[in-house]
Design a protein. Sequence first.
Length: 360
Amino acid sequence: MKQYFQSITAVYILFLSLFLSGCTEEAQRGLKAVPTAFGNLNEIVVIMDTDLWDSALGDTIRYYYSSAYPLLPQPEPIFDLRHFTPEELGVERLRKELRTYMFVGNLNDPNSPTTKMILADIGEEKARRASEDKAFNSMVGRDKWARGQILIYQFANSADDLMENLKANFPAVKKRVLEFDAKKLAAYVYLNGENKKLEEQIRGSMGVGLKVPGDYVMAINDGNIIWLRKETDEISSNILLKKVKYTDQAQLTKEYLLAMRDSVGRQYISSTLPGTYMQVNDVDLPVISGATKVNGYYAIDARGIWEIVNDYMGGAFISYLILNPNTSELLFIDGFLHAPGEEKRDFMMQLDHVLQTVRF
């Protein structure tokens, strides 16, 4: 009898240990941490077969997505591209934990590894729709391999149609990626919080709200202009604000905006050398300008490069002349950067982000 109970006890303990072991494994699988996507702003990982990437289709992607960001002293691309084939994607785990992916494939090629991935992700119903409707040629997904991912699928049923889709879809894809990056961009800009003291001074002097990053300081506030600066070992980032009375629609033009910028530059901004001042340089590079909206307010913008007359200094700027709907006034707000030897695209995007927070 004693041996019987010992046998039963041994079997029970073995069963219990196996049961608990199974539960532990299930719990571990259920509690496995989902990775958070990482990667740089303005970076797109293109998933595409090598033969397509090396063809005119790949050239088209590079032509549009790697075109020059407007407008910098030295060309920098709108997006940084990385290319992986589906096979290369699986070589290293971290390649599946980046933030922004674009899958490009010809659905009429059943042997294509990228096409197989696209079809598996979009499903049979969407694949059937794509075969019947040429206008249905893209989709957006989220969080395939990690939290905080965006996945853009571009497809067609022939190489020619895929080429046309890549061209036509570029503005919408660009907008979607920039909107996706906006939260990360804001995190960079306000890494040190907001400078509430400067915000109060701007509100008191200019009657406008502006979200000022915590690492900016007041350089000038003389009742005519406000000049904010951020100085680091690598860059000098600057914001100018000035109000003018709105009397004529001709003020809302590129010519008036640039004349105002040159006027402020001549009066307030110089180097350490005598007889120096800032002016727009529209000889070496053209100024890009047009009508736009800033937080819903009608505005004229201008993007270009500046220089210091009689000195070897220069950089990029972006200016807005914004119509205040509540008063008969215009707000001139400008961001300019001095960053010799540094890539400037991301810094200019950060500056523009601050300018876009303006509110009357």
